[in-house]
Design a protein around this ligand. Structure first.
Ligand code: FAD
Length: 547
């Protein structure tokens, strides 16, 4: 491999590349520059230090410059910012914390400078009680502020992953938290219908979640801060966290005239090589191929950054290695709930013009007769004709992560719903059901593809012309009395054979139950009696959550 490799950025992608390089080549000179004071720290764990879940600050740094040097013989230079690259001379200029510059030569260069948080240009965004969260110093600043100033109120701007994690952790400190989100739902990559349950969950914890609400300014009056929204509302905030997203931190690459896309991501090939044959780039700074669409995308996540760091090092050492795209598998702890997603969401399926179908299933995390089972909601997206698995979004408690990971694996392998239905997954009552929730989602999809079952969706309900169709609630009389979809009649599923004569056979029957299972059974009975019967996917529960 190249004798002297310089690495810019000492965290996820950079530190991985450095360690892999050394494992492959003992003789190389490897220098890793990090402009901050820390390397290889746990970005993803930072919110949990603020909320006191992680109490030992040492745990946030996985390696120190000294330990990294000892283990990997890498020259780690913290507080050293690479400020320019001379591609002709193959040198970088580095600025130290004292302001002095020096030049370092390279045979190969790996860029992993990451992404920086957006700070909206509104009045007051530079106030001393307004924070972003990217790294360890940001974390300490927030923690110190909380310890010293004891804020009673907080506004978190942005309901993405970091925003929700920060809301949860500030709430854990006893602070009254409001989340302000410009979009109509939290967690952008989720679809609206799956986000609704999360909205309810966040609010049930006592956090004020304001959707469709844009920040317009931050005002300090008489020592107290007020957040102003574009609809004129004002919310008190002793502390403000800005978490409205990140953008690639690529001014260095831009100055060096590497090929970049219009949103400032560095363009690389599948080997993570930039437009310069001696410069690789990895992590949040690069444009990736969206595995689901095959199109260029910006998907800043830790897993891809780590993989890409390894791939760049492999290729530098002559080990042919390709990055095959990012599919957006992600997971979030939202108080005691888990939200996980992988692959395409419905918006992408629509914009890609795919002939897709979706199903909503609601399954037990493990056999319901064994104590402690909880429910999970699965939105499953697949191609209508081929049955190709496209994406999944899962919310719930126990076991959400493993179901999403199984589906993530299926997507990588290009599997169909038939193959997903065939998967033999581990089962014993404390862990799962003999029909795992993933198998169940696939069975439902199979039924839709082969025409055994027809469904309608929560958003179709308002379009039903009750003069022309029968809306049938197949739940018990007690459930019906507690609330139903307006205009429905009630025949519980177990009475459907005996009472089918009460239903007008000349009209299609739009059936529903709690979560979709009894409605499906009722539809099967009715269909075989000659009715046209269509079942509400996700049932009354999903409809009620969204409406
Ligand atoms: P980084 O890890 O950000 O490292 C880049 C480093 O380069 C920085 O330390 C920066 O100081 C340094 N640098 C930049 N320019 C220069 C320069 N010119 N000279 C020297 N050094 C430079 N992802 C997940 O998948 N799951 C999660 O749960 C998750 N949680 C997160 C929580 C938080 C609070 C944050 C901030 C991020 C989280 N992420 C999560 C995202 C994840 O951390 C990033 O995707 C990942 O760290 C990107 O790796 P990277 O190497 O590209 O950049």
């Amino acid at each position: 491999m190249s004798n002297k490799v310089l690495i810019v950025g000492g965290v996820a992608g950079g530190a991985t590349a450095a360690a892999r390089l050394r494992r492959l080549d003992e003789s190389a000179t490897i220098i890793m520059f990090e402009k901050g004071d820390y390397i290889s720290y746990a970005n993803c764990g930072l919110p949990y230090y603020i909320g006191d879940t992680i109490t030992d600050k040492e745990k946030l740094t996985l390696q120190t410059p000294k330990s990294f040097h000892q283990r990997f013989n890498v020259d780690v230079r913290v507080s050293n910012e690479v400020i320019s690259i001379d591609r002709q001379a193959k040198t970088v200029t580095v600025q130290t914390s004292t302001g002095s510059d020096y030049v370092e030569t390279y045979d190969a260069l790996i860029l992993s400078p990451g992404a920086e948080p957006f700070v909206p240009r509104v009045d007051g965004s530079q106030n001393e009680n307004v924070f972003i969260l990217r790294n360890i110093p940001d974390t300490y600043k927030i923690k110190d502020f909380c310890n010293q100033k004891k804020p009673a109120t907080a506004v978190v701007v942005g309901a993405g992953y970091i925003g929700i994690e920060m809301a949860e952790n500030l709430h854990a400190l006893g602070i009254e938290v409001t989340i302000v989100e410009m979009a109509d739902h939290a967690i952008g990559p989720l679809d609206y219908d799956m986000a609704c349950e999360i909205h309810g969950h966040i609010r049930s914890k006592g956090v004020n979640l304001l959707l469709n609400s844009a920040l317009s300014g931050i005002k300090n009056t008489n020592g107290s801060t007020v957040i102003e929204l574009s609809n004129g509302s004002k919310i008190p905030a002793d502390i403000v966290i800005m978490s409205i997203g990140v953008r690639p931190e690529t001014s260095l690459a831009k100055k060096a005239e590497l090929s970049m896309n219009s949103r400032g991501s560095i363009i690389v090939n599948e080997n993570m090589l930039t437009s310069d044959p001696n410069i690789y780039a990895v992590g949040d700074a690069v444009e990736v191929i969206d595995f689901n669409t095959g199109k260029p995308a910006f998907i800043p996540l830790a897993g891809p950054a780590n993989k890409q760091g390894r791939i760049a090092a492999d290729n530098l050492c002559g080990v042919k290695s390709r990055y095959t795209g990012t599919q957006g598998s992600a997971i979030l702890k939202c108080f005691d709930m888990t939200v996980a997603l992988t692959g395409m969401n419905e918006r992408q399926a629509i914009s890609e013009g795919i002939n897709y179908e979706k199903s909503f299933t609601f399954s037990s995390s493990h056999a319901s007769y064994y104590p402690g089972s909880t429910f999970m909601s699965i939105k499953f997206i697949f191609e209508k004709i081929s049955g190709k698995v496209l994406g999944a979004q899962i919310t719930g408690y126990d076991g959400v992560d493993k179901r999403c990971d199984v589906i993530a694996t299926a997507i990588r392998a290009g599997m169909t719903v038939d193959e997903l239905a065939d998967l033999e997954l581990c089962y014993a009552p404390p862990f799962s059901s003999a029909k795992d929730p993933v198998n169940m989602a696939a069975y439902v999809a199979q039924n839709l593809i082969n025409g055994n079952s027809k469904i309608f969706h929560w958003h179709d309900v308002t379009d039903l012309d009750l003069g022309k169709v029968t809306l049938l609630d197949t739940r018990t009389a007690g459930e019906f009395d507690n609330g139903t979809i307006p205009g429905s009649i009630n025949i519980p599923v177990d009475e459907i054979r005996a009472r089918a004569n009460e239903i007008d056979k000349s009209k299609p029957v739009y059936a529903f139950c709690g979560i979709g299972l009894r409605g499906y059974v009722a539809c099967r009975v009715l269909t075989q009696m000659g009715f046209e019967a269509i079942n509400l996917s996700g049932g009354y529960r999903l409809w009620k959550t969204i409406i």
